[in-house]
Design a protein around this ligand. Structure first.
Ligand code: PLP
Length: 390
């Protein structure tokens, strides 16, 4: 028997992929499955972006690019960052990576080791905890509470910092809750962080423009006092419906940039060139398709929230960002993962049990409303019938 290092026995998963696989299998067996499980927009990548990639291939962009990304792509990220945050970053701090996840990986392995502590949101994106465990650092969950509108609490976050804390991971707008943390709360957090200069910050802002009503995402880039210890994760996957292109960016402080560049050289060399050209077109081209997608998400969000709140034993806060609803199912008497599994197998609705996002996810399920209004309504009917029959 081959023996691998213990880190590989600690590495976790993203159960959304397992649910997607099972939903696909059931569909192939002829079952009518409505998929509200996976976190990817159900829209095609806008045509002008696809065309830019095709053109890049035809123009001969077939080779390696710099490990940090082609300068034109990094400059496009600079323009986009200025437009969304009002902050002018240098292209020399911008890194182009194959998706949002590699930034998570890079930042977490840079700070995680046995004896270190890393704070991460719970419920939150499952890869944070998985990668922290992989490094041998102690994962310290920061509770994300429904009574707080699924925003993180500055006071609670600060209370968990110790001399061993090396990295604090923040995510707003958030997966899986759709929570958006208000600016005032972020300012409180930053005030408190001033006395903890040993703590690095990874701000996952991949849903930055996906907000509704009056909610607005606050980029941590707007606080110059933390720029020397801030890593901002972002990318093309969600905003431009490009999950399969594997294209992301992040902004790094001077002191860390060369480390992530070297990691890229060692792990993936660079991001494929045509995808980077597509990324430039996404940023610089018309944003009508993004606006259209957001209008569709907003309409579906209302349908989901109204539908779920009409079900016995279910209550659902109105999400302020991303494209997820995170209803509370405690009064249904079901355990969340058992409910998710029964809904898939018996009612043909794929969604994700809250505990797949952390222990505080018990009592909740996540629905991704990246599906048509018609399918969302059918899914809610099926969930309602299922709960009523039990
Ligand atoms: N961060 C959050 C909060 C996410 O929800 C996701 C994807 O679901 C990612 C990062 C990863 O994005 P990518 O598919 O670009 O790696």
């Amino acid at each position: 028997m081959l023996q691998t290092v213990p880190a590989f026995d600690r590495i976790g998963e993203e159960n959304a992929f397992a649910v997607l696989a099972r939903a696909t299998e059931l569909a192939h067996q002829g079952r009518d499955i409505i998929n509200l499980g996976i976190g990817q927009p159900d829209f095609r990548t806008p045509e002008h972006i696809v065309e830019a990639a095709v053109k890049a291939l035809r123009d001969g962009h077939h080779g390696y690019t710099p490990a940090t990304g082609i300068l034109a792509a990094r400059e496009a990220v600079v323009r986009r960052t200025l437009a969304t945050t009002g902050v002018e970053v240098s292209p020399d701090n911008v890194m182009i990576l194959p998706g949002g996840k590699p930034t998570m990986y890079a930042a977490i392995i840079m700070f995680g080791e046995p004896g270190a502590e890393i704070l991460y949101p719970d419920p939150g994106f499952p890869i944070y905890r998985s990668m922290i465990e992989f490094t041998g650092a102690r994962p310290v969950p920061v509770p994300i509470r429904e009574e707080n509108g699924f925003a993180f609490s500055a006071q609670e976050t600060l209370s968990l910092i110790t001399p061993k804390t090396r990295l604090l991971i923040l995510n707003s707008p958030a997966n899986p809750t759709g929570g958006v943390t208000p600016r005032g709360e972020i300012e409180k957090l930053l005030k408190g962080l001033a006395v903890h200069p040993h703590v690095g910050i990874l701000s996952d802002e991949i849903y930055d423009v996906m907000t509704y009503d009056e909610a607005k995402a606050t980029s941590l880039l707007t606080y110059p006092e933390i720029r020397d210890r801030l890593i901002v994760l972002n990318g093309w996957s969600k905003t431009w419906a490009m999950t399969g292109w594997r294209l992301g960016w992040s902004i790094w402080p001077d002191g860390l940039y060369d480390k992530v560049r070297k990691l890229a050289v060692n792990c993936w060399s660079c991001v494929n060139a045509p995808a980077q050209h597509a990324g430039i077109a996404a940023i610089d081209g018309p944003q009508d398709d993004v606006a259209k997608m957001m209008r569709a998400f907003d309409a579906r969000r209302r349908i989901v929230v109204e539908g779920l709140n009409g079900l016995e034993g279910v209550t659902c806060l109105t999400p302020k960002g991303a494209f997820y609803a995170f209803p509370n199912i405690r009064d249904s008497q079901w355990k969340a993962k058992a409910l998710a599994s029964a809904l898939l197998e018996e009612a043909g609705v794929a969604l994700i049990g809250g505990p797949d996002f952390g222990v505080l996810g018990e009592g909740y399920v996540r629905l991704s409303y990246a599906n048509s209004e018609e399918n969302i309504l059918r899914a809610i009917d099926r969930i309602g019938e299922f709960l009523a029959a039990r």
